[in-house]
Design a protein around this ligand. Structure first.
Ligand code: GLN
Length: 276
């Protein structure tokens, strides 16, 4: 079978299983089986699949049809223009999270030290460490997530120290900037999430408590202990999270609290400045 036919058949199978973007997905999975870059499909449409390639491609299609996210099959997701390794121990980095990067670069372009609380794949902290040429620390409760993040920092040559702890409990020094994309899905919404997220992504990184904003109420006081005066705390928030996270800020000496919407028009980033 040729690559061209394999894409067509894979695309039909995925479409039949109700998978979105079936053709693109088939191409990505075939390229993963072939260990090739995207351009190869255009330059070599008549490539004859070997038995091993065919078996791998078939397995990937099967996994995707079961709902497994493509990124957990290829173990790769691009974020802010850089390739990040992912595993089922971490959330797949989302394009919306790039808004948190943009905000950080906008309000704290001269930050020399930064902390990422609940780093997951390390997408945020590695990106910011590189963009700001800053010294970074990142935490996660999950040892397996930290292994993934460590690998990404090493691969992309970012200077990041990783600490396994609950939120920022294990951190002592002060920073110019703190970012966090904590779990924020209200518990009651977990059962209604799409299969890809609910059945494959780590609930530790998703489930935010009854309201979905409880964790922000724990992070904000920690940030007051860990930010230099004038430093910024920048959160990704859920679409219903604004009021609850504003409440968390309202209890302390925070100013310039600003909400930023994502490209879909949903509330996505809430930032505040620590002004004791
Ligand atoms: N944005 C993710 C989702 O909707 C959730 C990320 C999070 O809880 N921090 O699946």
């Amino acid at each position: 079978m040729t690559a061209k036919t394999a894409v067509q058949q894979g695309s039909d199978l995925l479409a039949g299983a109700g998978i979105s973007e079936p053709r693109l997905t088939a191409e990505v999975l075939l390229l993963h089986a072939l260990h090739k870059e995207r351009i190869y499909l255009f330059s070599h449409p008549e490539h004859e699949l070997s038995t091993v390639e065919w078996i791998h491609y078939g397995r990937y299609l099967h996994e995707r049809m079961q709902g497994k996210p493509t990124q957990y099959i290829t173990r790769l997701q691009e974020f802010y223009g850089r390739p990040f390794r992912v595993s089922p121990a971490v959330l797949v980095p989302r394009p919306e999270t790039e808004h948190t990067v943009e905000q950080a670069l906008q309000v704290a372009p001269r930050a020399k030290t930064l902390l990422d609380i609940g780093t997951g794949s390390g997408a945020l902290v590695v990106t910011l460490a590189l963009e700001l040429k800053a010294r970074a620390v990142a935490t996660d409760l999950s040892f397996d997530a930290l292994q993934v993040a460590r690998g990404n920092a090493a691969e992309l040559a970012a200077r990041v120290d990783f600490v396994q702890c609950d939120l920022a409990a294990g951190i002592q020094t002060r920073f110019d900037l703190i970012v966090s994309n904590p779990p924020y899905i209200p518990d009651a919404e977990i059962p209604g999430l799409q299969t890809e997220v609910r059945d494959f992504e780590p609930h530790l990184a998703l489930a935010g408590g009854a309201l979905g904003t409880e964790i922000y109420h724990r992070i904000v006081p920690q940030a007051e202990r860990l930010l230099k005066p004038g430093g910024w705390l920048i959160f990704e928030i859920g679409y219903q999270g604004e009021a609850g996270v504003r409440e968390a800020f309202a209890k302390g000496p925070w100013q310039d609290i600003t909400l930023i919407h994502d490209l879909a028009g949903l509330p996505r980033v809430l930032r505040g400045r620590y002004t004791p």
